[in-house]
Write a protein that binds this ligand. Structure first.
Ligand SMILES: CC(C)(COP(=O)(O)OP(=O)(O)OC[C@H]1O[C@@H](n2cnc3c(N)ncnc32)[C@H](O)[C@@H]1OP(=O)(O)O)[C@@H](O)C(=O)NCCC(=O)NCCS
Length: 177
């Protein structure tokens, strides 16, 4: 199953489900967490449920998956990670995505998790390329990707438009070989 979670020492990953709505609201209601994302900070659990519905539809179609991240035995959702896109018919690539609650930044959490996500893409699904789209200015995300062996391939100038302004998108990629 595409939703089967990767094993990561020190963390529990589980595909997002409806019961995650309060935790997701908590995570994505923080303007700092959403600063470089294409969503406004969430205000209601209904908005969180929309995201969960989207993630579940992606998984049902086999084109994406999003896991919630927790510490073992703790109920709190501290972040999410997964694939916004998995392409296995007209290419062999995936687009990763990730986020952490503000109080989890600077502790190496995503650096600990991403190797298992990359292994899922490269080893289990035999993808040839993993990419990430980063909004210009998101220096933490850029640093994380570089630590993980990604390199910046280019800039999609003014590719995004949300929160009333245009945003440049940086294309990062790592190849299987
Ligand atoms: C992107 C994001 C996940 C990066 O978080 P992060 O905490 O900087 O990244 P990591 O979890 O890899 O942790 C690295 C930090 O922990 C520190 N650290 C501590 N122990 C560490 C360890 N064992 N290994 C690696 N880093 C460690 C590093 O020094 C670094 O901190 P610094 O940048 O202050 O020096 C986070 O900023 C975030 O959720 N942002 C909002 C959502 C978002 O923008 N998502 C990305 C969209 S493209």
């Amino acid at each position: 199953m595409i939703t089967d979670p990767p094993q990561v020492h020190g963390f529990e990953l589980r595909a997002l489900e409806e019961s995650d709505a309060p935790g997701l609201l908590d995570l994505f209601s923080d303007p700092e967490v959403c600063a470089f994302m294409d969503i406004e900070p969430l205000q209601t659990e209904f908005e969180a449920l929309d995201i969960i519905d989207w993630a579940q539809a992606q998984a049902a179609q086999g084109v994406g998956v999003r896991w919630g991240v927790r510490r073992p035995g703790a109920p709190r959702l501290i972040g999410t990670v997964g694939f916004n896109r998995i392409e296995r018919s007209r290419g062999r690539w995936g687009e990763i995505a990730y986020d952490l609650a503000r109080d989890q930044w600077g502790r190496g959490v995503m650096s600990a998790i991403l190797p298992a996500i990359l292994a899922r893409g490269f080893k289990d699904w035999e993808l040839l390329r993993l990419e990430a789209m980063v909004t210009a200015g998101n220096t933490r995300s850029c640093a994380l990707l570089r630590r993980m062996g990604f390199r910046q391939e280019g800039v999609l100038a003014r590719r995004g438009f949300w929160k009333g302004q245009a945003w440049d998108q940086l294309v990062f990629a790592r190849l299987a070989d």
